[in-house]
Design a binder for this molecule. Structure first.
Ligand code: FE
Length: 190
């Protein structure tokens, strides 16, 4: 069956969140589920892996009807990167194809930003964000000449959450809602 890995992951996350675990447990157990999903790059339907020449793409793969989590295929064209931004909920990033570089940002009491840790994610590896510890970052495709793809899982319907982009120097913030770049989702039950 074509999308059985995706369905198994959605079922695993649903079972995990059904027990209403604390966030550190979600990040720990969710990472294990996501690592299993991105261990092999053989399941993402081609239409959710298409880069845009100008903008990084966020294809919705699955959204929990109760909005406990959502899942996005994040497709980077060559050299593309995000602004500095936050999520307002926990998130897991599983690298499927290529390589991405994540720079954490720290924000002091006056709002000023300082770049922190830099993390490079390779295929099969999983990273995280969390409002309680490290929610602000900038993410970039490592490659200037090829596509990279990571699978993101968030603790809500990320396309509808009001969150922020930041000026990396002054820390000035602007609200945004990311939405999703496509109106179709994979058929998990075909
Ligand atoms: Fe992010």
């Amino acid at each position: 069956m074509k999308n059985e890995k995706l369905l198994a992951f959605a079922q695993g996350m649903s079972r995990l969140l059904e027990t209403r675990p604390a966030e550190p447990d979600i990040l720990r157990d969710g990472s294990v589920l996501l690592a299993a999903l991105v261990a092999q790059d053989d399941w993402l339907p081609e239409q959710f892996a298409v880069p845009h020449p100008q903008y990084y793409q966020q294809y919705l793969l699955y959204a929990d009807p109760l909005e406990r989590f959502s899942m996005v295929s994040f497709v980077w064209g060559p050299g593309q990167k995000t602004p500095v931004h936050d999520h307002m909920t926990w998130g897991l990033i599983g690298m499927l194809r290529g390589k991405e570089v994540e720079t954490h940002y720290l924000r002091d009491a006056h709002g000023a930003m300082t770049p922190g840790r830099c993390v490079t994610l390779l295929p099969g590896q999983v990273g995280s964000v969390s409002p309680t510890t490290h929610d602000i970052h900038e993410v970039a495709n490592f490659y200037a000449d090829q596509t990279s793809i990571s699978i993101h899982v968030y603790g809500g319907n990320i396309g509808r959450i009001h969150r922020h982009v930041f000026d990396p120097v002054t820390g000035a913030e602007k609200s945004f809602v990311s939405g999703y770049c496509s109106d179709v989702v994979p058929n998990l039950w075909s």
